[in-house]
Write a new protein. Structure first.
Length: 178
């Protein structure tokens, strides 16, 4: 089962690239539904993260489990309290990005298999922390700018997730062959 679970990371990455591209391409249209987009994406990616965390414990699964649960909570907050103003959502997303980024950095440092996986996981953490710093520094940049910023974040983190999924798959295949 562990050898086939890399797909959940790949799917999370592909979903992030797709949504990020849509948010960059049509920020005005995305702005109206940004709370629903953030909430739905967070819940979906959190569920896929739970699957990956449980199956891939040797790749920082404990930290991934915390990150997945945190992501699901962000999604639930966004969807259940959809009346949140854009300003409040910016701080909620910034707080999530900071915590998730620190968790990813810790997971990257804890990974025992392969420099590529360690570097990609740490890179995801750094991208998240950068997003948090930008949102905390300039929280009133406007909804369209926030949508574009989130779009670029999703695009970059999605590409890194895809590369990490492929690296994990290759690592797992080496373990199976050996």
């Amino acid at each position: 089962m562990r050898a086939r679970i890399w797909w959940s990371m790949l799917l999370r990455g592909a979903l992030a690239v797709l949504i990020g591209t849509l948010m960059i391409t049509w920020p005005e249209q995305s702005a109206g539904g940004v709370i629903m987009i953030v909430g739905g994406f967070a819940i979906l990616t959190g569920v896929f993260g739970l699957v990956a965390a449980v199956a891939l414990t040797r790749f920082g699964g404990g930290f991934a489990l915390i990150g997945a649960l945190l992501t699901i909570v962000l999604g639930l907050v966004a969807l259940l309290w959809s009346g949140l103003t854009a300003d409040v959502l910016v701080f909620v997303v910034a707080g999530w990005a900071l915590l998730f980024g620190l968790i990813e950095i810790c997971a990257g440092l804890a990974v025992e298999t392969g420099e590529a996986i360690r570097a990609l996981t740490t890179g995801l953490g750094l991208i998240s922390v950068t997003l948090a710093v930008l949102l905390f520094a300039v929280p009133d940049i406007g909804v369209v700018a926030v949508v574009r910023l989130l779009g670029f974040y999703l695009l970059a983190s999605g590409v890194l997730r895809i590369y990490r999924a492929v690296a994990i798959r290759q690592s797992l295949q080496r373990v199976i062959v050996e």
